[in-house]
Ligand binder design. Structure first.
Ligand SMILES: [Zn+2]
Length: 242
């Protein structure tokens, strides 16, 4: 025996299918808002700017460390040179003087190398610092992101408002259904993503398959007071009675 469908149930079901269809549509729109996509794009951009700034800071820090180390080396070599020169002024022993001369040459050569290194590092550091300054400033991206978030919030807020109203109506309509029909509706919803589907002509709005003649005729010959399901996908069908 096919379950029945009273006139009241059919009227409620018709409105409920419409309301729930609108809820699905708005939910899908909410998920695919271009405003949200803009926010995501800008968030990514802001992230990149932050990451880049961080890496610039880290490299600058490393290079600064290198310069400091080289400067310490240079200071040590200058002290060594000073000591060698003092030794040469004081010492008369030929062999020791030769050693000191040699050490002085080594120290001077090494100092010249290190001074060149320092010069090169400092030039690089200066250039690098300028490159860092030319990057997209944080503020610009953050400001665009803030604006985009506001726009997205406005648009999605409107949709959420509509959805809240529709959900309230959907819930009231479900309460108005007979408990048995409500169970059927919600089981269909879980399985098919919609509680019931309109039969548009002879096409099921759930699976979008056009029923063959015999199935269409069988359904047409079934009284409206009986529940029918789509022979293709099994969803509860909503017939307009035309
Ligand atoms: Zn179907």
């Amino acid at each position: 025996m096919t379950p029945t469908l009273t006139d009241t149930d059919r009227t409620t079901l018709t409105e409920l299918v419409g309301v729930d269809g609108r809820i699905r549509l708005l939910t899908a729109r909410l998920d695919a808002l271009p405003e949200t996509a803009t926010v995501e794009r800008l968030e990514q951009q802001a992230d990149e700017v932050r990451r880049h700034a961080l890496s610039t800071r880290r490299i600058t820090h490393d290079m600064t460390g290198t310069v400091h180390r080289l400067q310490a080396d240079a200071a040590r070599l200058r002290a060594r040179r000073r000591d060698d020169l003092a030794g040469l002024r004081a010492d008369t022993d030929r062999e020791r003087r030769r050693d000191l001369q040699h050490d002085l040459q080594v120290a001077e050569r090494r100092l010249a190398e290190i001074e060149a290194d320092i010069d090169r590092e400092e030039r690089t550091l200066a250039t690098f610092g300028r490159i860092g300054e030319e990057d997209t400033p944080h503020g610009e991206v953050d400001e665009a992101l803030h604006r985009a978030r506001e726009e997205a919030a406005t648009v999605s807020g409107e949709i959420r408002g509509q959805l809240a109203g529709l959900q309230e109506r959907s819930s009231a309509l479900r309460d108005a259904l007979s408990p048995e029909l409500r169970t059927v509706y919600e089981e269909n919803e879980a399985e098919h993503g919609m509680g019931a589907a309109e039969l548009a002509g002879s096409t099921c709005r759930c699976c979008c398959i056009e029923l063959d003649h015999s199935a269409a005729r069988r359904i047409a010959n079934t009284p409206l007071s009986r529940q029918v399901t789509c022979p293709e996908c099994g969803v509860l069908l909503l017939r307009t009675g035309e």
